[in-house]
Design a protein around this ligand. Structure first.
Ligand code: SF4
Length: 441
């Protein structure tokens, strides 16, 4: 069996654990932010409703700022206050979908809209994660149809039985809604724990992540697990922030090894690997990147160097026609239900091979539009408008934008992607990506 990590990286003293819990919870009681999901979790007597309220908030908060989420959350909970309401909305989609009439503005039959599904998607689109909303809806249906409307009652069952619920979300729902004494590890917790215990190995590596889960499970307060987990995350979000942590105001500063090292460590970078007294410690910074005293506590956490984003180019065409009231309308199509920007709507687009000249770009785009619309699109008819650059986390994407005004209607092949004509207002209310909003602009 591998040797346990050195004491410096653990919480092995029960008295210290007790003190840390007390300090953190006292701070949380005094300083916590007033958030709608916290109010619901504290006041809702029904366990299923409570779990649903926490679940929605946790899914929305994944990689999205609290301040952005609040408004979406309130609107969502007003519209679908229970699992049953959300599941019902999805059921109605299939009924409406079967009987949808074609859009009155178009001769095309595949512009039929499933309004309820659209509502869910559009509410979520502003948060940038369409597929998370969809998965939540699927999981709600599953709870209603297969689990008699009752949410699983432990973190283990939540993770096992609900699609889209991973270890973190399951732990958050179970600890906050059911008071299960189980820890959670998210980005904020990673940062706080790595600093508290001077963990400088790659914080995204499975070995470090496993250690952090163990640590979170040791630390979590047995009588107030939900509050403790939220307090740890709150500390990371408001005090132990990435760049300039407010160590002077930190309620757990006396337990923080990184702060201790900053205050009492050697003033110059330490050139050896003796960080914790063990030569090959798997949790210390790599020997080649020792403690940098100019960074202080922000030496932690560390991540392996990021891969360079992939460079990609896409031709996109804004097809425009006059609608029934003379206002311009634009054709948008829906992306596949998996992959990048899954299920979002966009202007007809085509990935381009690297280094394609403008003339060739027009030709391939014209071919694509011709095959897809049946309209005699010629390369010369496409007007080059400009380029829009959008940076995704792993892709540096350039949209090469063309426009094509149409005099009549086009008949789209219903076997291809769903599509519809929209006014500018409808475009902005649709589930479209930020990149496409830039393209229209
Ligand atoms: Fe974070 Fe500073 Fe508190 Fe340590 S003392 S946990 S680095 S805010």
């Amino acid at each position: 069996a591998p040797a346990p990590p050195p004491a410096r990286h653990l919480f092995s003293d029960p008295a210290e654990v007790e003190a840390l819990r007390g300090n953190l919870l006292a701070w949380y009681d005094k300083c916590k932010r007033d958030l709608p999901w916290r109010t619901l979790a504290a006041t809702e007597p029904d366990a299923d409703r409570r779990a649903y309220a926490v679940w929605v908030s946790e899914i929305m908060l994944q990689q999205t700022q609290v301040s952005t989420v609040i408004d979406y959350y309130n609107r969502w909970m007003q519209k679908w206050p229970t699992l049953q309401a959300l599941a019902q909305a999805s059921l109605e989609v299939s009924i409406a979908g079967a009987g949808c009439s074609p859009c009155p503005h178009s001769s095309s039959s595949n512009t039929a809209l499933c309004l309820l599904e659209q509502e869910v998607n559009e509410l979520w689109a502003g948060l940038g994660y369409y597929s998370r909303g969809k998965r939540l809806q699927e999981a709600a249906r599953k709870v209603v149809s297969e689990l008699a409307g009752q949410m699983p009652r432990t973190a283990e069952d939540l993770q096992k039985l609900l699609p889209g619920v991973g270890r973190y979300t399951a732990g958050a729902i179970a600890s906050i809604s059911y008071r299960q004494a189980t820890g959670v590890v998210d980005g904020n917790v990673i940062r706080v724990l790595c600093r508290l215990r001077c963990i400088g190995a790659d914080s995204s590596s499975p070995a470090v992540i496993d250690r952090l889960w163990d640590m979170a499970n040791v630390l979590v307060d047995r009588s107030r697990p939900g509050d403790f987990n939220q307090a740890l995350m709150e500390l990371g979000a408001t005090v132990c922030v990435p760049r300039a942590p407010l160590c002077g105001e930190c309620p757990v500063k006396q337990h923080c090894q990184a702060r201790h090292r900053k205050l009492f460590g050697k003033p110059t970078p330490v050139p050896d690997v003796e960080d914790c007294g063990v030569g090959d410690c798997p949790l210390c910074p790599p020997a080649a990147e020792p403690w940098d005293s100019s960074l202080g506590v922000t030496n932690f956490p560390r991540k392996a160097a990021k891969k360079q984003p992939r460079v990609a180019q896409t031709a996109t065409c804004v097809l425009e026609r006059r609608g029934c009231h003379g206002a311009p309308e634009y054709l948008i199509v829906q992306r596949p239900s998996s992959g990048l920007l899954a299920g979002l709507w966009e202007f007809p687009s085509l990935p381009l091979a690297q280094g394609l000249q403008e003339e060739k770009q027009r030709e391939v785009l014209a071919d694509h539009l011709r095959a897809w619309t049946g309209w005699p699109v010629v390369a010369e008819g496409l007007r080059f408008i400009g380029e829009v650059v959008h940076i995704f986390s792993h892709i540096h994407q350039t949209y090469v934008v063309y426009s094509l005004p149409l005099d009549g209607d086009v008949t789209l092949d219903p076997a291809l992607s769903p599509s519809r004509w929209v006014t500018e207002e409808e475009f902005h209310a649709s589930a479209v990506s930020t990149a496409m909003k830039k393209v229209l602009e």
